[in-house]
Ligand binder design. Structure first.
Ligand SMILES: [Zn+2]
Ligand SMILES: [Zn+2]
Ligand SMILES: [Zn+2]
Length: 733
C-alpha cells in the first residue's frame, strides 16, 4: 500500500507536556517519535537510553553535513528508545487509524523472509528507534505469556526471547531522501537502550547490490580499493615496504574472457603484476583431472574452467571484472614441495598473502561449491508522498549483524574452519581483504573496514587491526608513546586470539605462531622463547588457561616434528589461554631473571623452530604451602585459602601434589599498598623423569621446578611471605 499523507504522522513542534493530548498521539507505537516517547514515560513497555555520547553526535554531524535535505541533529534528540508492542495491539491500533502502526504492520507483512503469525498471542515486536537512525524491529516471543496474564498484570517490561527463526529487520531511508518519520533515518548505528552497552557507530545506510555481478557492485569494490591506495597513509606505507616485485612461484594466468586459456603457470621471470588470492576455506580438494595433466616437465598447464568448483569460478569472475590477470588458489597453486620444511612452507605462503593486491574470502556459503556471487534479496520498498506532495521511499531488509569481532575467517560456518589455527598467519598478513558474507560484501585494509549496507564505514574497531598493523608497519601507526609496550601487549593479544582457535597442541598450529614470531621479532622483543619474548619475560609468565583441556585433534599428515612442552610456556597446554584484561604497565617484579642462563634449544636453524628443551634461570622467594581440591592453596595455621589456576586438568593417573611452592612474581602498580593480591607462580619440584630431558647444567642443580599454575590473589601479607619465604635461584623447566 502507499502512504500518501495529508498531514505529518506527528506534529513536529508539539511539546512533551502537551503530547499525550494531541489527537495523533498513539500509546502503542509512541508515533516512533521522541516527544511522544517522552510523553509515555513512565510506562514500563518503553525504555530509553539518555547517554547520547559526544562521539555519536559528532559522527552524526560529520556524516550528515553537506547532504542537502538533512538537518544537523541535536544532542538531546539522539536519545534512543526501545518499545515493546504486542502484535494484537499493533493490529488494533492500525485498524483504528494510527498511520505509524500501519506503517510498522506494512513493513512486517512485506519484509523479506517475513512469516509472522498475526494471531499468535505470545508474539511481540521490539522496536528500537532514535532520531535520524535506522529503525530496528525484532520479533520476539513472550515465553511466560499465559503465566503473566494469569497474574493479571501486563505492565512489566518483559524479558522477550528471540527465537532462531525470527529475524531482526531494519527500516531505513537513503541519506539524500528523508521520510516524514524523523526516526526512520539513515544512520546505521546500533542502539542498545536496554543495556549500558554504548552505541555501535555505523555509517550511512545504502542499498546492497542485488547482483554482485552488476557494474554497480564492481564499481563499489573498485572505489574501496582506489580509496585505500590513494588515501590511506598506513596502507600506502605497507605497500611500499613490501619486498621486491613479487609473483608466487605458481599462479593461475586467467587469459582472455572466453575462459579458453586459463593456465597454471610457473611465474619465474615474469614481470610483476598485481594478483588476487582466493582464501579457500574448504579442506584441500582433489583435482584428479588437473593433477593428472600436471606434469612438472611443463611450466604451464591448462586449467579447464568447467571442472572448477563454483567458488573458484566466482573468484576468476571477480578478477576479470577488476582487470586482474593472475589469481592464486592454494588448492591449485600450492607452492611448496613435500620436502620443504615448515619454515620454508610457511614463509612461501606468507609471501603470497603479504604481497597480494587483494585476498578474497567467502564466508557466506557453508558448502564451498555454492559460490559467492549469488543474487541477494532486494529490500522491501514502501513509498508515499509528504503532505506537500513530494514523494518519499522507505526500505526494509533483514538486519545484518555487524560485529568487528566476527571479522574472523577462522570462525567460519562450517565446523572444520574453527580448527584452522594453522591459517592464523594468513588471516593477519593481507593488506586488503574482500569478504563475501551471507548478505553483503565487506572490505577491509590496514586502515579500516567498510561494507555495502553502511553498517561499517571506515570502522577501525577490528580487534585484530593493531596486530595486523604491527606485522606490516611496526609500531609506527599505533597511538602509543612506549613502542616496546606495543610489541609486548599486542603479542599477548595475538597469542590469546590464536589460542581461541586451537583445538589441540598441533605442531602445525604452533608453526603458524612461530612464523608470525619471526616477523614480529625486533630490538624491542629480544629472543623468542617458546611463544614468549625475552624482554618483559616476567609478564609473559603470567598466562593462564581459561577452559577445560581439549583432546588432541587429528593432525595426521602434519610434517612438523612434535613439540615438547615446557611448563612455563603457554605452548605446553592444550587449552585456551589469556593474560587477562588488566594492564601490566608498571608492575613491580619480585624476581630477577638471569637471561644469560636462560635458554631454549630448538631443533632447526631458525630460533623460531620447535623447541626441544628449555629453561629460565631466576632468583626469587618461594613459600611452601598446601593444596586442597586441586584448586585452592592454604597455609598451615592461617585461616585464608586462595584459589589458583592449575595449568593441567587433574588426571586420575597422576596424584595431585600435597604441597606446592609459591613464587611471588609481581604486584599490580595500582594496588601496591592497599590489597593483598599479588601475582605468584605455583611451582612443583621437577621429577627425575623431567630432568632426563634437560641439559647437564640443569640436571646437576638442586633447584629445578616446573610451573604448576598461577594465582592472581597471592596473600603475601597474610601469609607473611617476606619473613617466611626463602630466597632461591632456580631453574624453571
Ligand atoms: Zn501507533
Ligand atoms: Zn587502506
Ligand atoms: Zn553491512
Amino acid at each position: 500500500m502507499r502512504f500518501d499523507l495529508k498531514t505529518l504522522p506527528f506534529p513536529a513542534d508539539v511539546s512533551v507536556l502537551k503530547v499525550t493530548i494531541d489527537p495523533a498521539f498513539c500509546s502503542t507505537c509512541a508515533n516512533l517519535n521522541t516527544a511522544s516517547a517522552f510523553g509515555m514515560v513512565p510506562c514500563t513497555a518503553i525504555l530509553m537510553n539518555l547517554s547520547s555520547s559526544i562521539k555519536k553526535v559528532d559522527r552524526a554531524r560529520r556524516l550528515l553535513s553537506g547532504i542537502e535535505s538533512q538537518s544537523i541533529p541535536s544532542t538531546e534528540k539522539l536519545v534512543s528508545w526501545e518499545l515493546q508492542i504486542s502484535l494484537a495491539d499493533l493490529k488494533n491500533s492500525s485498524a483504528a487509524g494510527c498511520i505509524t502502526c500501519l506503517l510498522l504492520r506494512e513493513v512486517l507483512i512485506n519484509v523479506p523472509n517475513g512469516h509472522i503469525d498475526w494471531d499468535d498471542p505470545a508474539l511481540y515486536i521490539v522496536v528500537i528507534f532514535c532520531d535520524k537512525t535506522v529503525l530496528r524491529i525484532s520479533v520476539a516471543r513472550d515465553r511466560d505469556h499465559y503465566e503473566t496474564d494469569s497474574w493479571g498484570f501486563d505492565m512489566s517490561y518483559k524479558l522477550l526471547h528471540n527465537e532462531p527463526d525470527m529475524d531482526d529487520y531494519q527500516v531505513y531511508t537513503l541519506p539524500t531522501s528523508p521520510c516524514p518519520w524523523p526516526t526512520l533515518g539513515c544512520l546505521m548505528n546500533v542502539e542498545e537502550p536496554k543495556s549500558s552497552i554504548p552505541t555501535k557507530l555505523g555509517g550511512l545506510a545504502s542499498h546492497i547490490s542485488s547482483d554482485p555481478n552488476s557494474p554497480v557492485f564492481v564499481e563499489k569494490v573498485q572505489n574501496w580499493i582506489n580509496n585505500c591506495k590513494e588515501n590511506h597513509p598506513i596502507c600506502i606505507d605497507a605497500e611500499k615496504s613490501i619486498y621486491q616485485p613479487y609473483l608466487p612461484e605458481k599462479i593461475i594466468s586467467l587469459g582472455p574472457e572466453s575462459n579458453m586459456d586459463i593456465r597454471l603457470i610457473e611465474a619465474y621471470g615474469l614481470p610483476h603484476e598485481p594478483y588476487f588470492v582466493l582464501h579457500d576455506q574448504q579442506e584441500p580438494r582433489s583435482f584428479s583431472s588437473l593433477s593428472e595433466c600436471q606434469d612438472l616437465e611443463y611450466d604451464s598447464v591448462e586449467v579447464p574452467y568447467d571442472i572448477l568448483p563454483q567458488v573458484f569460478q566466482d573468484a576468476i569472475i571477480v578478477c576479470r571484472k577488476l582487470s586482474i590477470k593472475y589469481l592464486w588458489i592454494n588448492a591449485l597453486c600450492e607452492n611448496h614441495d613435500d620436502d620443504d620444511d615448515w619454515e620454508i612452507a610457511k614463509e612461501k605462503t606468507a609471501m603470497v598473502y603479504t604481497n597480494a593486491e587483494l585476498v578474497l574470502i567467502s564466508t557466506g556459503s557453508v558448502d564451498g561449491n555454492e559460490g559467492f556471487l549469488c543474487p541477494r534479496k532486494s529490500p522491501t520498498m514502501i513509498s508515499g508522498t509528504w503532505p506537500d506532495g513530494r514523494p518519499f521511499e522507505i526500505y526494509a531488509r533483514p538486519w545484518l549483524f555487524h560485529d568487528p569481532d566476527t571479522m574472523d575467517w577462522l570462525k567460519g560456518k562450517s565446523p572444520q574452519h574453527a580448527s584452522r589455527a594453522e591459517s592464523f598467519q594468513e588471516q593477519l598478513l593481507p593488506r586488503r581483504r574482500l569478504w563475501f558474507s551471507e548478505g553483503e560484501a565487506i572490505f577491509d585494509c590496514l586502515t579500516s573496514t567498510s561494507c555495502e549496507c553502511g553498517g561499517f564505514l571506515d570502522s577501525d574497531e577490528d580487534p585484530c587491526l593493531p596486530l595486523r598493523r604491527v606485522l606490516k608497519t611496526g609500531a609506527k601507526y599505533i597511538n602509543e608513546t612506549d613502542e616496546s609496550w606495543i610489541y609486548h601487549e599486542n603479542w599477548r593479544n595475538l597469542v590469546a586470539k590464536f589460542s581461541q582457535l586451537k583445538t589441540g597442541n598441533s605442531p602445525c598450529d604452533l608453526a603458524s605462531i612461530s612464523h608470525l614470531a619471526s616477523r614480529w621479532a625486533n630490538g624491542y622483543t629480544g629472543r623468542y622463547l617458546a611463544g614468549l619474548w625475552e624482554h618483559d619475560l616476567v609478564n609473559y609468565l603470567r598466562w593462564y588457561p581459561i577452559d577445560e583441556e581439549i583432546p588432541d585433534g587429528d593432525h595426521e599428515g602434519c610434517q612438523v616434528p612434535s613439540f615438547l612442552g615446557l611448563s612455563w610456556s603457554w605452548t605446553a597446554v592444550t587449552r585456551k589461554i589469556t593474560w587477562g584484561s588488566a594492564t601490566f604497565r608498571n608492575t613491580k617484579s619480585f624476581v630477577t631473571i638471569d637471561l644469560s642462563r636462560t635458554e631454549c634449544d630448538v631443533n632447526s636453524v631458525s630460533p623460531f623452530g620447535p623447541v626441544t628443551s628449555g629453561h629460565i634461570f631466576l632468583t626469587g622467594k618461594i613459600l611452601k604451602v598446601g593444596v586442597r581440591d586441586s584448586k585452592r592453596l592454604f597455609k598451615e595455621g592461617v585461616d585464608r585459602h586462595v584459589g589458583f589456576r592449575s595449568q593441567e586438568t587433574p588426571r586420575n593417573d597422576l596424584p595431585l601434589p600435597q604441597h606446592v611452592f609459591c613464587l611471588r612474581l609481581c604486584t599490580k602498580s595500582y594496588t601496591i599498598n592497599s590489597f593483598d593480591d599479588d601475582c605468584a607462580l605455583i611451582l612443583v619440584p621437577a621429577t627425575a623423569d623431567d630432568l632426563m630431558r634437560q641439559s647437564r647444567e640443569v640436571q646437576v642443580s638442586r633447584h629445578v621446578y616446573k610451573r604448576f599454575g598461577l594465582t592472581n590473589s597471592y596473600p603475601h601479607k597474610t601469609w607473611n611471605h617476606d619473613k617466611e619465604a626463602s630466597e632461591v635461584s632456580i631453574y624453571l623447566i
